[in-house]
Design a protein around this ligand. Sequence first.
Ligand code: ASP
Length: 439
Amino acid sequence: MEAAPATGRTSLPTRILLGMVIGAALGVTLNILYAPSIGAPASQAWLNVLWIADNIANPVGQLFLRLLFMVVVPVVFCSLFLGVAGLGSVEKLGRLGGRTLLWFLLTTTGAALLALFLVGLIEPGKQISPEGLERVKEAYLGAAQERIAQGSQSKSMIDTLLEIVPKNVVAAAADNGAVLGLICFALLLGAAATRMPMERTKTLREALETIYELCVKVLGWAMQLAPYGVCGLIFTATSKLGFDVMKLVAWYFATAMGGLFLWQFVAITLLAKVFAGISVRRFYSGCRTLLVTAFSTSSSNATMPTTIRTAVEEFGAPKEIAGFVIPLGATMNMNGTALFEGVSVLFLAQVSGVELGISQQLVVLAMAVLTAIGAAGVPGGSLPLLAVVLTQVGVPAEMMALILGVDRLVDMTRTVPNVTSDLVCSLWLARREGVKLKD
Ligand code: ASP
């Protein structure tokens, strides 16, 4: 799988941030200047602002969002099928393969659990006045509010579990709220493929790999639209809602970034110490280039060569171990992404007023882990899959618009633990194989 197109890779983050700043500054200024106070009649200038928001800014933003949503079904199906079907060869690698997968699963689940804990503790989606919340809901949800009201809260544990197995997989793929069914189908089909000689499934696997890569290309194009899309979305939000919405987004941003920092600087550092026997200072002095590369490219795939180089040259891991664990991890092991998805889904559920009981939170946890495994290691790779988790728990995917303005920074930050977790895994396995790592 390839990283996002090289063109503009350096300038794209800056352009997206610029889009966000311009959209927010314009929106807030127009809101302050022209928004009528409650009960007062709307001026012509205010009506013009609303017209621009609804007819220009929002459609551009929606176009960007739709491009992300468009690739959901093929990405989910191909990545999960290929992931499981490929396990046939991992099995053959014996201990190394088993331990690698265990590491991926446990660290990703740990990161998603931290997300659940933090959002439950901080409640970023509730840090707004009741009137402000009403206006946010009105602007973002509109007609979807009804859908939420009859939506997931009423689902029992049994229903949620039953829904995992679809009666009709085509209907499940077509029904925005039933992607769990598609996930189940892809996993089962992948498992069936491991029970067949690799030769028999080769053509299918190659075809699905190509579809997956094509979707990643389309996603790369969508990301080129991101500066305008983000500008349009944030303008629409801030012009209609003023500072209220900025405050809400700031709480989300602080929670997500706080979680990612905790995971990177506490959890990963501890894992490096305990499992690979590397001190904090040694770990970070060896990782400097890696951290900068992951942060600036926002892509686990683009960072992969640096991750391998760091493992081998800085820490002395054998090439074979690093060469096996790290490419697999770049596609499958995304601690930061799982944490981000957990925080985003629970935050948006809080804003939408969707109450998630324990069973629904467990669904979020499992889906954050699964979709982090399925996400492509490119900038914004997890955004289409975030939409999947949102719809699954009854939060309209359109709500994503609320957090996209700050996603670039969150994406850069979440890519760091995505790659350092792969690095520590390879160092742990090297140490277990009796290799003496460089001090
Ligand atoms: N940018 C992330 C990575 O490459 C994926 C994502 O969470 O969007 O690791």
